[in-house]
Design a binder for this molecule. Structure first.
Ligand SMILES: Nc1ncnc2c1ncn2[C@@H]1O[C@H](COP(=O)(O)OP(=O)(O)OP(=O)(O)O)[C@@H](O)[C@H]1O
Ligand SMILES: [Mg+2]
Length: 160
């Protein structure tokens, strides 16, 4: 059985919520690829290489986790890396509709790929990269939501 998984997302930047999910996935699967999508249509704050580098530094202690950037379809990336499971996170009901649609579309595109959902510890359920970026740009404190090395990078984008 293929016990490898990918956890795809934009990770702009990686938050403590993402980190919680990766750590859970790393205990369930033999190998986890954190797959960071270039996603130019989302106009990311951090370029792809910076998002990859931050995630690598935050997750460096996990020997069975690898961080890779990619462009194109997630299911193609999964196939290329011989991965049969896609991990996604559910924070609240609000995530469900989009995630359900995405999981069904992935299955439609590639029927052998299963999507598995994990939930974070409850203090991480309200964290999103979007909110963290907005707070940081406005000079708010994000130290509870991101790793200190991510906080340093976010401070460079402060506008007030
Ligand atoms: N705090 C969190 N707890 C659990 N899952 C999360 C959390 N933040 C993101 N995820 C999940 O991680 C996956 C990748 O998310 P993504 O890269 O879009 O992060 P995001 O925080 O939602 O960023 P953005 O606000 O830019 O959309 C998605 O399945 C998302 O639901
Ligand atoms: Mg999102």
């Amino acid at each position: 059985m293929n016990r490898n998984a990918i956890y795809p997302g934009t990770f702009d930047p990686i938050t403590n919520g993402h980190q919680d999910l990766v750590r859970r996935a790393a205990t369930i699967f033999d190998h986890v690829i954190v797959a960071i999508a270039a996603n130019p249509n989302k106009a990311p704050m951090f370029p792809l290489d910076a998002r990859v580098s931050l995630a690598r530094r935050v997750l460096h202690d996990l020997p069975n986790v690898e961080v890779l950037g990619y462009a194109g379809l997630t299911v193609e990336f999964a196939k290329k890396h011989n991965v049969g499971v896609v991990v996604r996170g559910l924070r609240a009901v609000s995530d469900f509709e989009f995630e359900f649609q995405l999981a069904n579309m992935s299955r439609h595109l590639e029927r052998d790929i299963e999507t598995v959902f994990l939930t974070p510890q409850e203090q991480f359920t309200f964290i999103s990269s979007t909110l963290v970026r907005e707070i940081a740009v406005l000079g708010g404190d994000v130290s509870e939501f991101v790793h200190p090395i991510v906080e340093v990078e976010l401070k460079k984008h402060r506008r007030v």
